[in-house]
Design a protein. Structure first.
Ligand SMILES: [Zn+2]
Length: 115
C-alpha cells in the first residue's frame, strides 16, 4: 500500500523548474550510481529520504519550494546517500539537517554546498 501511495504521489507532484535545475546540476557534478531517481512525494513528516536500495530519493518539494538554498542542500545530502555516505561520516553535507521553526516552517539556508 505504501508503494502505491508513493507511486500515486510521484505522478501527482512536480518539482519547480529551479528545483529541477538544482537536481540536474548536482547530479552532473557528483559521481552517482547509475539509475538514481529523484521523486517528488507528499511526506507527512520530514522532508526527504533515500531508500535502502540507494537508488530512489524521495523529496517533498512543496515543503521546500520557498527555500532554494535549503532545497539544494537537501538534494546534495540525499544524493550523497546514494553514493554510500552515512550520517556518521562526519562531513558537513552528511551532518546537514533542515532547520525549522516550532511550527515546522522551513528556514532558508544562507549557504549552498558547493559540489
Ligand atoms: Zn540523511
Amino acid at each position: 500500500m505504501r508503494i502505491l501511495f508513493l507511486t500515486l504521489c510521484t505522478v501527482a507532484c512536480a518539482f519547480t523548474n529551479p528545483q529541477i535545475n538544482a537536481i540536474r546540476l548536482l547530479s552532473s557534478r557528483l559521481v552517482l550510481p547509475p539509475l538514481v531517481v529523484v521523486h517528488d512525494v507528499v511526506m507527512k513528516e520530514g522532508f526527504a529520504f533515500t531508500d535502502a536500495s540507494r537508488i530512489h530519493v524521495y523529496i517533498d518539494a512543496h515543503k521546500l519550494r520557498c527555500c532554494p538554498n535549503t532545497f539544494h542542500n537537501v538534494v546534495a545530502h540525499e544524493l550523497h546517500h546514494t553514493m554510500g555516505a552515512e550520517h556518521t561520516d562526519n562531513t558537513p553535507v552528511m551532518k546537514y539537517a533542515v532547520q525549522t521553526t516550532r511550527d515546522g516552517l522551513v528556514f532558508e539556508d544562507s549557504f549552498k554546498f558547493d559540489m
